[in-house]
Each structure stands twice: as structure tokens, then as C-alpha cells.
Design a protein. Structure first.
Length: 220
């Protein structure tokens, strides 16, 4: 009997499975293997580990590569200790990394169309779902160029202190007449803390998991 035929039926229906899970401080960490089926034979499609503490989310892929690190840009805790996001897509923000101030913003991905060519209209029955596609970018003090935030991932992980603040609101797409859209009092100078406690440990744990043997073993 072939090994494929011997696989338990309940395993054959899996598309992914968690092979490790833990909590480090405020970070919830989950390591996951995704399966790609080829002629009823399971192949590993990807192995990754995700971390989230409400302020910071990150993803580690095979080889221990940090492929994503983003912030919720949360405000001050409310009476119940919850910290909701204050920033909207398109806002211009400040990101403080151990006191060094970076300008932070979302940069739209360039269109795949040539600018000097006239394209036909999309078919009338084509459904287009508007989604944002672009990059999280930072600009260092004294620089005129925005770079992808991945260029400073290591600095963010190693930093002792992370904070953020508002530079300006995206009033081009946000209605200024809605009270909830107004910037908080003192926004010009206020800094909001980003909880990065145990981030280095969380990243190291995830890097270890994606390189482990158990990530390449089907659940029994």
C-alpha cells in the first residue's frame, strides 16, 4: 500500500494546521503549516509563524525571515483598558524609534498600466472591488526618499522604545464634518506608546518554530 493511500482520511481534508502555539507576555504566537495537495499527495506549501499583541503584528516565514511587521497605532487605554486604533489609511504619522523620528505613511503601489497609453474601458459587467494596495513606508530625518518599512525591521525589533504620533490627517478622503474623524486634543505633540515588550523573544521563538522538524510532520 502506498504512503498516500495510508493517510488517515481526516488528514487528507486539511489545508493547514497549527503545529505550535504559545504566549510570551502580551504576544499570542501561532506557527502554521499550509498544505498544497497534488494528486492526493500532501506537499508543504508554506510554513509561517504569526505574532500579535494588539499593538504589533508580525509574520515570520521559512528561513526565519521577518516578512511583515505592522502597528495598530492605538490610542490611550479606555476605562476598561482597551486601546482602539486612532489612525486611518492615508494619515501621515510620526514613528519614533528610540527617539529617532521617522515620517510614516502608506505609499500606493504603482499601477501596472503605462501612463502614455490609452486603455479601453473595463467591461460593464466586470465587478471591481476597491481595495488598498501599497506599501508601509518611512522617511528618515533629513532624507527626501521614502523607503519600505522592512528596511528598518531589525531596528524596530531591537529598539528599547517605540512611539507614534500624528503629522496630519488624510482630509482628502476623510469627512472633516464627522466628529469621530477629528484629531484628538493635543495631537500636534502627543506621542502614543507602542507596546513592544518581549518582541525580540517573540520573533526568536517564531524563527525557531518555522525551522523545526515538527513543522514538516503531518498531524497523527
Amino acid at each position: 500500500m502506498s504512503s498516500a493511500a495510508a493517510l488517515p482520511q481526516r488528514v487528507k481534508v486539511l489545508d493547514r494546521f497549527d503545529f505550535a502555539r504559545t504566549r510570551l507576555g502580551s504576544f499570542e504566537l501561532v506557527a502554521e503549516t499550509t498544505i498544497r495537495w497534488r494528486h492526493d499527495i500532501p506537499m508543504i506549501d508554506s510554513v509561517q509563524c504569526r505574532g500579535d499583541n494588539g499593538d504589533i503584528r508580525f509574520v515570520i516565514e521559512q528561513g526565519g525571515r521577518l516578512v511583515s511587521l505592522s502597528f495598530s497605532f492605538a490610542g490611550q487605554p479606555d476605562e476598561e483598558g482597551n486601546r482602539g486604533s486612532l489612525a486611518y489609511l492615508g494619515d501621515e504619522l510620526w514613528l519614533f524609534v528610540d527617539g529617532t523620528r521617522y515620517e510614516y505613511r502608506n505609499i500606493s503601489a504603482p499601477t501596472n498600466r503605462f501612463s502614455n497609453f490609452t486603455y479601453p474601458e473595463a467591461p460593464g459587467d466586470q465587478i471591481i472591488v476597491p481595495v488598498w494596495r501599497g506599501y508601509h513606508a518611512v522617511r528618515a530625518p533629513g532624507s527626501t526618499t521614502f523607503i519600505d518599512i522592512s528596511r528598518i525591521y531589525e531596528d524596530l525589533v531591537k529598539a528599547r522604545r517605540l512611539e507614534w504620533g500624528f503629522k496630519s490627517r488624510n482630509w482628502r478622503e476623510i469627512d472633516p464634518n464627522v466628529p469621530e474623524n477629528q484629531l484628538p486634543n493635543g495631537w500636534e505633540s502627543h506621542r502614543y506608546p507602542i507596546n513592544k515588550k518581549r518582541l525580540r523573544e517573540a520573533v526568536d521563538w517564531c524563527s525557531e518554530q518555522v525551522g523545526s522538524d515538527v513543522s514538516r510532520q503531518l498531524p497523527s
